[in-house]
Ligand binder design. Structure first.
Ligand code: ADP
Length: 548
C-alpha cells in the first residue's frame, strides 16, 4: 500500500509539474509576445515619423536594426526594404497587414515559416502620402524556444520530481504508519482515520464473533477430550487419508503408542493386515468389525466411516475389551456341557439299577444295596442341583440381604451339621474363635464355611484334624480352615476353584462331591468383596483363608 500511495503521489506530482511548466511557458511566451508587439508598434510609429520627414535616408540609417522595415507604395510595390533589395521583392499589395493598413491605417498579421520553426510578426501603418511602412520581426516558435530551454526545464523538472519523491515517500509512510501499527486485538482503540471507522467496527465485531466461536469450539473439544480420556473403550479418529486426528489413552495403550502418533498414518501404528483390510472395508461399506487377540485378551474393533454432506471425511475406530464377555461365554458353554454330563451320570446309574430291579435281575439279598445305590445317586443329584441353583443365583448377582452376622454362631452351626461326617473318619474339629460380628449375607457366609469345612473333612485322612479360626483386626476378618488331609498338587491349586474341577474324580464322587463347592466359595467371597488364599502341601494338608 505504501508503494501504491507513493506511486500515485508521484504520478500526480509529475502531472502537476508538467502542466505547470507548460502553462508557465505559455504565459511567458504570450507575455513576451505582447511586449515585443508593443515595442514594435512604438518603433514603427517612430519610423513612420522618420520616413515622413526624411524619406529613404532615414531607413538607410536603420538598416542594421533588429527589426526589418519595408516601405510599400500605395500600389503595393516595395519602395525600400532594410534587409532585402527592394527590386527583388514582389508586390506586397496582397499581404494581409498591408491590405489592412491601406484600408484602415493599421495592419497586423502573423505568419509561420513552412517548417513552423519560425514565426514572423508584421505590423503596418499607413503614411500620410498613402504609402505603408511595415515593421516585422521573426523569432523562433514556442516549440523551439521550449527546446532551447529544455536543459534548465529538465533540471528544474527533475529537481522538483526528486523533491516530490522524497515528500511522497514521507507522506505515504506517515499515512501508513497508523495502519501498520493497527492493533487488531482492539481495533477501535486506534481509530485514527474516521474513514476507517466502519471497517474497524466490522473487524471488532467479527473478532468478538470469532473469539466466541473459538471458545465454544474449545469448550466442545474439552468436553470431547474429557469423555474420551475416561473411556475404557479405545477410540481413534482418522481423516479421509487415514491419518490420526485424535486418539484416547485406552487406544494408545492398545496400539502401544503415545501422543506422537497424532497426524501420522494409522497404518504406521497398526501394521496388521487384518486391521488395514477392515479399515478398507469400512471406508467402502460404511462399517466393519473384527475380533483381535492381544496379550491374552480378546478385543472387538468396530470401524465406521464418517460422512458429511455425502462426502467421506474420515473414520472412527472403537476398541472394546470383550475378554470377560468371551470368557463368560466360554464358561457358560462349558458349564452347560458339564452340567448335562454331571446330571446324566447319576441318572444313568439310577436308571440302570432301577431297570435291573424292575426286570427281577437283582437277587433279594442284593436289593438293599441297589436301593441304597439309587438313594446315594439321587442324593448326589439333589446336591448337584442345589449347588447349580446356588451358583446361578450368585451369577445373576441378585440383591441379597445384608445383616449383622455372628461368625462364631455360623461356624458352630456348620460344625454341628458336619459332625456325623467327621465322626465317620474320626476327625477332630477345633474352633479357635471369639464372637465376631460382620455386616454380611448370612446365607453366603454359611455356604463359604460349610464348603470349606466339608472339603477339609472329605479330603482328610482318618483320624485327621480340622482347625477353624476367626481373627479380626480393625479392617478385616480372616477365616481360616486348615486340615491335615491329602493336600492339593501345586499344578491344580489354581484350578480347584473352577466349576466341576476335581483333582481326583473318583475320590470326589465317592465322597459325594459335585466339583462345585469351591466355585460357590469363590463366587460368594467375590460377592462379599473378599479374597481367598490357598496353601496346600501334598500329603500334609491344606489351609484356605478367606479375608472379608
Ligand atoms: P468337590 O465337590 O469335588 O469337593 P470342590 O469344588 O469343593 O468340589 O473342590 C474341587 C476339588 O478340589 C476337589 O474335588 C478336590 O480334589 C480338591 N479339594 C478341595 N478342597 C480340598 C482339601 N481341603 N484338601 C484336598 N483337596 C481338596
Amino acid at each position: 500500500m505504501t508503494k501504491r500511495i507513493f506511486q500515485s503521489t508521484m504520478l500526480v506530482a509529475g502531472a502537476v509539474l508538467t502542466a505547470s511548466v507548460l502553462i508557465i511557458m505559455g504565459c511567458l511566451y504570450n507575455y513576451f509576445d505582447k511586449i515585443v508587439e508593443q515595442q514594435m508598434k512604438e518603433a514603427l510609429i517612430l519610423a513612420v515619423q522618420g520616413v515622413e520627414n526624411n524619406g529613404v535616408d532615414y531607413l538607410n540609417e536603420l538598416a542594421s536594426s533588429t527589426y526589418r522595415l519595408t516601405w510599400v507604395s500605395a500600389k503595393g510595390d516595395v519602395i525600400y526594404d532594410t534587409q532585402v533589395n527592394a527590386n527583388e521583392l514582389e508586390n506586397h499589395g496582397n499581404r494581409k497587414e498591408i491590405k489592412e493598413a491601406l484600408e484602415s491605417r493599421e495592419g497586423f498579421s502573423l505568419r509561420y515559416s513552412i517548417t513552423l520553426l519560425e514565426r514572423t510578426i508584421y505590423q503596418a501603418l499607413r503614411l500620410k502620402d498613402g504609402s505603408v511602412l511595415r515593421i516585422s520581426i521573426s523569432h523562433l516558435t514556442s516549440w523551439i524556444l521550449a527546446l532551447g530551454m529544455l536543459q534548465p526545464i529538465l533540471i528544474v523538472f527533475f529537481g522538483a520530481l526528486i523533491l516530490s519523491g522524497i515528500l511522497a515517500q514521507k507522506v505515504s509512510k506517515r499515512i501508513m504508519e497508523p495502519l501498520n501499527n493497527l492493533d487488531l486485538e482492539c481495533p477501535l482503540n486506534h481509530d485514527v482515520y474516521e474513514e476507517l471507522t466502519p471497517l474497524l467496527t466490522r473487524i471488532h465485531q467479527q473478532r468478538r464473533q470469532i473469539e466466541w466461536q473459538i471458545q465454544e469450539l474449545q469448550h466442545k473439544n474439552d468436553e470431547f477430550t474429557q469423555i474420551t480420556q475416561s473411556m475404557t473403550e479405545g477410540l481413534v479418529l482418522l481423516n479421509q487419508k487415514g491419518f490420526i486426528l485424535n486418539i484416547n489413552p485406552a487406544a494408545m495403550k492398545f496400539f502401544h503408542t503415545d501422543h506422537t502418533c497424532i497426524d501420522r498414518d494409522f497404518l504406521e501404528i497398526e501394521r496388521s493386515e487384518e486391521v488395514s483390510q477392515a479399515l478398507k472395508i469400512a471406508m467402502t461399506n460404511d462399517h466393519s468389525e473384527i475380533h483381535l487377540e492381544r496379550e491374552g485378551k480378546e478385543y472387538r474393533l468396530s470401524i465406521s466411516r464418517i460422512e458429511s454432506n455425502g462426502e467421506i471425511i474420515g473414520a472412527v475406530i472403537l476398541i472394546f475389551d470383550i475378554s470377560e464377555q468371551t470368557f463368560a461365554e466360554r464358561n457358560r458353554r462349558e458349564f452347560t456341557a458339564n452340567v448335562s454330563h454331571e446330571l446324566k451320570t447319576p441318572l444313568q446309574s439310577i436308571m440302570g439299577s432301577a431297570e435291573l430291579i424292575e426286570n427281577g435281575l437283582v437277587k433279594q439279598e442284593d436289593l438293599p444295596r441297589f436301593i441304597g445305590h439309587i438313594h446315594t445317586e439321587a442324593k448326589r443329584l439333589v446336591t448337584l442341583i442345589e449347588d447349580i441353583i446356588r451358583l446361578s443365583q450368585l451369577d445373576e448377582t441378585q440383591e441379597l440381604p445384608f445383616e449383622e452376622v455372628n461368625l462364631l454362631v455360623v461356624v458352630n452351626e456348620v460344625v454341628a451339621s458336619l459332625h456325623d461326617e467327621a465322626l465317620k473318619k474320626n476327625i477332630t474339629i477345633d474352633v479357635t474363635a471369639e464372637e465376631v460380628y460382620i455386616h454380611s449375607v448370612r446365607q453366603l457366609v454359611y455356604e463359604i464355611i460349610y464348603n470349606l469345612c466339608d472339603n477339609a473333612i472329605k479330603y482328610n485322612k482318618m483320624e485327621g484334624k480340622v482347625e477353624i479360626s476367626i481373627q479380626k483386626d480393625e479392617q478385616k476378618v480372616i477365616l481360616t480352615v486348615k486340615d491335615t488331609g491329602i493336600g492339593i498338587p501345586v499344578e491344580h491349586q489354581m484350578r480347584v476353584f473352577e466349576r466341576f474341577f476335581r483333582v481326583d474324580k473318583s475320590h470326589s464322587k465317592e465322597s459325594g462331591g459335585t466339583g462345585l463347592g469351591l466355585s460357590i466359595v469363590k463366587h460368594a467371597v467375590q460377592y462379599l468383596n473378599g479374597t481367598i488364599d490357598l496353601e496346600s502341601v501334598l500329603g500334609e494338608g491344606t489351609t484356605i483363608q478367606v479375608i472379608l
